[in-house]
Design a protein around this ligand. Structure first.
Ligand SMILES: Nc1ncnc2c1ncn2[C@@H]1O[C@H](COP(=O)(O)OP(=O)(O)O)[C@@H](O)[C@H]1O
Ligand SMILES: [Mg+2]
Length: 284
């Protein structure tokens, strides 16, 4: 019998209700399965439902305004549809971690790196004693490529570059040893050379730690080093899924083809998504 998948989602629907507007079905019944150690790129243009999906799977979307329905949603053997709040909190710390686009909004500006990573360790790593905490923080800072980590321990976020801040975020997420890392547009705010360094770092760490990654992006150009498979989202649905190499070589859906045309060239920061030709999609 094959091992139980790390993540299994069937027919996930996410609706948002606001009292001043009609409810909108942002995610329209998607299926996703991820084996232990397997990594997936979730790609699609802005507003297609990628972040809502990623947050919903750890029940991190505020409900309301969101309503989450699914035929199944399990993460590391936990039924995420029925877990009680205190059990959910444990699963979140232990099994899954997130990094987001803007490290500056996730890091607390008035606390040192040591305090912030230390808090994560205190919460989720009972195996690390208080006396060993600094050594563990330094070990993770070193792992994510921060030079002279002992010195950086006492730095505040603003004393670090954007790329360094994102490395700190990765250290903070991974020091809890999650089975699944969700990286939601982790490099969109960074320039192209730093983007590449962070992607290479994620690929290395993934190999070393054997964890799974869901990399969310609207840039098909950066997924190859990190992901095995790709799922393409378009307006709340998965319109195409397969191995990264196959989809990059031979995209089937018109939207995927359009996305591939938008891969940014070196030296530009954002894919030019406005260039998507929606007329093309009607025939696709
Ligand atoms: N908290 C929310 N309240 C209302 N609508 C939301 C909320 N979060 C997301 N949405 C809507 O759901 C859709 C999908 O959003 P999102 O998942 O953030 O897209 P993506 O991450 O692919 O850019 C969008 O139309 C967005 O406006
Ligand atoms: Mg998003």
């Amino acid at each position: 019998m094959p091992a139980e998948p790390l993540l299994h989602i069937r027919d996930l629907k996410i609706e948002f209700r606001r009292h001043d507007a009609e409810p909108t079905l942002a995610v329209k019944g998607i299926d996703l399965t991820l084996q232990q150690g397997e990594s997936l790129a979730l790609v699609g243009e802005s507003g297609s439902g990628k972040s809502a999906t990623a947050l919903a799977l750890a029940r991190l979307l505020p409900e309301p305004p969101a309503t989450i329905r699914a035929a199944a949603m399990t993460l590391a053997g936990h039924d995420m549809l029925t877990l009680k709040p205190d059990e959910l909190r444990k699963v979140r710390g232990k099994e899954i971690a997130y990094i987001f686009q803007e490290p500056t909004t996730s890091l607390n500006p008035v606390l040192t790196i040591r305090t912030q990573i230390g808090e994560a360790l205190a919460l989720h790593r009972p195996d690390v004693s208080k006396a060993d905490r600094d050594a563990e923080i330094v070990r993770w800072l070193d792992k994510v490529g921060i030079v002279q980590p002992e010195k950086r321990l006492h730095a505040y976020p603003h004393e670090l570059s954007g790329g360094m801040q994102q490395r700190v975020m990765i250290a903070m997420a991974l020091c809890c040893q999650p089975k699944l890392l969700i990286a939601d547009e982790p490099t969109t705010a960074l320039d192209v050379t730093i983007q590449k360094q962070i992607m290479d770092l994620l690929a290395d760490l993934r190999r070393e730690l054997g964890m799974s990654i869901i990399l969310i992006t609207h840039n098909l150009g950066i997924i190859r080093s990190v992901a095995d498979r790709v799922a393409v989202m378009f307006r709340g649905q998965i319109v195409e899924t397969g191995l990264v190499d196959e989809i990059l070589k031979n995209p089937q859906h018109a939207y995927t083809k359009a996305l591939l045309h938008c891969v940014p060239r070196m030296g530009t920061k954002q894919p030019r998504l406005h260039a998507i030709d929606y007329e093309l999609l009607k025939t696709g």
